[in-house]
Design a binder for this molecule. Structure first.
Ligand SMILES: [Zn+2]
Length: 400
């Protein structure tokens, strides 16, 4: 058993994201934001807010918004009870905040996928802790089960742990060879030795997995092109969703992808342009109302069912363009008209992600789960290497 531990090439054993931990001394922008926003608790999530009320663990969205129309005007609409199993909290009664959108009436729950997979009561934290123990106990699953029982009082069979290892293995196998062709690309800032660097990440948006993850010292077109080209070579190239950075567009199209701008960022940006305009100009109350109505009309273009409908409606807007407020005209003429395809590509192909929001969830899953853990990252690297090696070993056993 010991012998196999030295065989596996280490680079194969890591999720690409783990490589970052070798040289990332600064905190990621997500973790950093989190530090600012909740100094009391070390819990880390960019999207979730949690607290204990008596013996109930409450989870809600940090900044609630409607997943359908992205408005922030949503109201709380009851809670959903569940029992979740965390390693440190053990089995705990949990309530998950539900919401209702005031604009489109959509009812939705807090998305807790960063904590837990579908159809499971074991949290990701619990599972990864168990896999870590597999490494520590050199693959003796009975010992792992014993340790888990001792730590948490929760009985899991060695068969369950085996299933988790297999799950991990299958996920790796499926994803490694066949990407869907639909991606999200994002750049995040990381501080390394006091200097800001850029973490480029590409995820497969259909399979929710990281395709590539690399640190660059500059966020320029040359690096972006190299990164996207190398990591999608000989793979399906269908579409990439990004935020509104202007550099991305020509590169993505040159490489043969359709390009989709993130709607969440788009709406935010249009709102900002309008807000600044109102602030800097003497705008009467009636005018403000008119602008708001027109803005709604524009935003609603994104809700129609097909590209053809959107195009028709947009053409109707263009016919009477002179009737719109100046700032709305500005948005239509400078953004929507020249880049219509980039805003509306998702209506033509339902597999194209409308937003880049998903990538943040993925960061949460693959990035260290807490600041505490992040601080200990250097020690952590060694134990992770061992887990991966051990999993590699388990795979061999199961493959035979
Ligand atoms: Zn809505």
């Amino acid at each position: 058993m010991q012998k196999t531990k030295t065989l596996a090439p280490i680079t194969d054993l890591f999720d690409p994201s783990y490589k970052l931990s070798y040289f990332c001394e600064g905190l990621s922008k997500y973790v950093e934001n989190q530090l600012k926003s909740c100094k009391k608790e070390y819990k880390v999530s960019k999207t979730l807010k949690t607290w204990h009320k008596k013996d109930i663990f409450h989870i809600e969205m940090l900044e609630a918004f409607c997943p359908e129309c992205f408005t922030r005007s949503v109201i709380k609409n009851g809670v959903k009870g569940r029992k979740l199993i965390f390693y440190n909290k053990k089995k705990i009664k949990t309530e998950i905040q539900a919401y209702k959108c005031k604009k489109c009436n959509k009812k939705f729950n807090t998305d807790i996928s960063e904590l837990i997979e579908n159809n499971s009561n074991f949290t990701r934290d619990f599972k990864s802790k168990c896999l870590e123990l597999v490494g520590l106990f050199f693959g003796s699953l009975r010992n792992v089960a014993y340790k888990v029982k001792k730590d948490t009082g929760i009985h899991i069979s060695h068969q369950t742990i085996e299933n988790w290892i297999l799950e991990y293995k299958n996920k790796k196998k499926d994803s490694k060879y066949r990407y869907s062709g639909y991606y999200i690309f994002d750049v995040e800032w990381v501080k390394i030795k006091g200097v800001w660097n850029y973490r480029f990440t590409l995820i497969d948006s259909k399979q929710d997995i990281i395709v590539a993850d690399k640190i660059y010292s500059k966020e320029n077109s040359k690096n972006i092109k190299e990164f996207l080209d190398q990591n999608t070579r000989n793979k399906n190239r269908i579409a990439i969703t990004t935020d509104l950075d202007e550099k991305y567009k020509p590169i993505i199209e040159e490489l043969g992808f359709k390009h989709q701008w993130c709607l969440f960022h788009t709406f935010k940006n249009f709102n900002k342009i309008i807000k600044n305009y109102i602030k800097q100009n003497k705008v009467s109350k009636e005018e403000i109302n008119k602008i708001k109505e027109e803005k709604e009309e524009i935003f609603n273009l994104f809700q129609v069912g097909s590209l053809k409908n959107a195009r028709n409606k947009f053409n109707q807007v263009l016919v009477k363009i002179k009737e719109y407020s100046k700032i709305i005209q500005f948005i239509i003429i400078n953004s929507l008209r020249p880049y219509f395809k980039t805003f509306f590509a998702f209506l033509d192909d339902k597999n194209i992600q409308r937003t880049s929001n998903k990538i943040e969830n993925i960061f949460q899953k693959t990035f260290p789960k807490s600041v505490k853990k992040l601080m200990k990252i250097k020690n952590g690297v060694m134990s992770r290497i061992n887990i991966r090696k051990e999993i590699q070993y388990q795979k061999k056993v199961f493959d035979n």
